[in-house]
Design a binder for this molecule. Structure first.
Ligand SMILES: C[S@@+](CC[C@H](N)C(=O)[O-])C[C@H]1O[C@@H](n2cnc3c(N)ncnc32)[C@H](O)[C@@H]1O
Length: 254
């Protein structure tokens, strides 16, 4: 039988935001190789008690793959657990290539990404008709760098809903680049560990994101959602569909 490794998205942090497929994979794991710098320990704890747990935050790719391949070849059920959705900044391509080279099959199980959890926590839609219809998922370059055509200033020119991962350490440059196109008062949601018990989430004007981030000492597990949609008049819009609105106009004005 061909060995298979499951690459599983753990979602943003709350265990009840796992997909059913992800939860089942973790609950059946014999070896859990997990990104402990970003995945909630509450999710890793869903693995069976006798499951071997391997934390990857201090390992190189070569060390991770040695464990994964050795256990998979031995016929053990290996789950490689990444935060959010694995397709976004999950560094899974290099793992999939090595697994393919070794003749090991891969199944990827999707997860809820941080931007979705953040929008949900805000109770917000990021695509408002007539205002903004595009969501961009990107990041500050940092050490990884960005292709010039995807520079933040260029992305900002779209004035779309822009979700920035891995950017807290570079927030001063981020703010400066985005201000080239977005108005200074554009609302930005700053979400730290969204859906974790210590979640911190606020919406501030773009021109203050560097200061606010530094004041909170945000370095890791922070997402920025820059979006004109967050300025939409929520109260007025929701009234259109609320029971009290119907009561007022249908019942009262008759
Ligand atoms: C290596 S990337 C992986 C992203 C992940 N694959 C996803 O789809 O959400 C890690 C970055 O995702 C963002 N992130 C992940 N989980 C988060 C959460 N619960 N709250 C806020 N940001 C989060 C942060 O920007 C963090 O630095």
């Amino acid at each position: 039988m061909t060995a298979t490794v499951q690459i599983v998205g753990a979602g943003p942090g709350a265990p009840d935001l796992l997909t059913l497929r992800a939860a089942r994979a973790i609950e059946a794991a014999e070896v859990l190789v997990w990104t402990d710098s970003l995945v909630s320990p509450r999710i890793a704890a869903l693995a069976p008690r006798d499951c071997e747990s391997v934390r990857t935050s201090s390992l190189t790719l070569e060390e991770v793959m040695a464990v994964v391949l050795e256990r998979a070849r031995a016929g053990r059920r290996v789950v490689r657990l990444h935060d959010g959705d694995p397709c976004l900044y999950g560094a899974i391509q290099e793992q999939i290539c090595r697994l393919a080279d070794a003749g090991v099959a891969v199944e990827v199980v999707p997860g809820l990404s941080a931007y979705q959890a953040t929008a949900a926590a805000l109770g917000a839609e990021l695509t408002i008709p007539g205002l903004v219809q595009t969501i961009v998922l990107s990041r500050a370059g940092g050490r990884t760098g960005m292709p010039e055509r995807e520079s933040l200033a260029r992305l900002a020119a779209l004035q779309a809903s822009l979700c920035l991962y891995l950017s807290a350490r570079h927030v001063e440059e981020v703010e400066a680049e985005l201000l080239q196109h977005y108005p200074p008062d554009t609302p930005v949601a700053i979400g730290y560990r969204v859906s974790w018990p210590d979640q911190w989430l606020t919406v501030v004007p773009l021109e203050t994101i560097a200061r606010v981030s530094r004041e909170r000492n945000l370095i890791r597990t922070t997402l920025y959602v820059v979006s004109p949609a967050l300025r939409a008049d929520q109260a007025a819009r929701s009234l259109l569909y609320s029971p009290s609105h119907n009561h007022l106009f249908r019942g009262g004005a008759g």
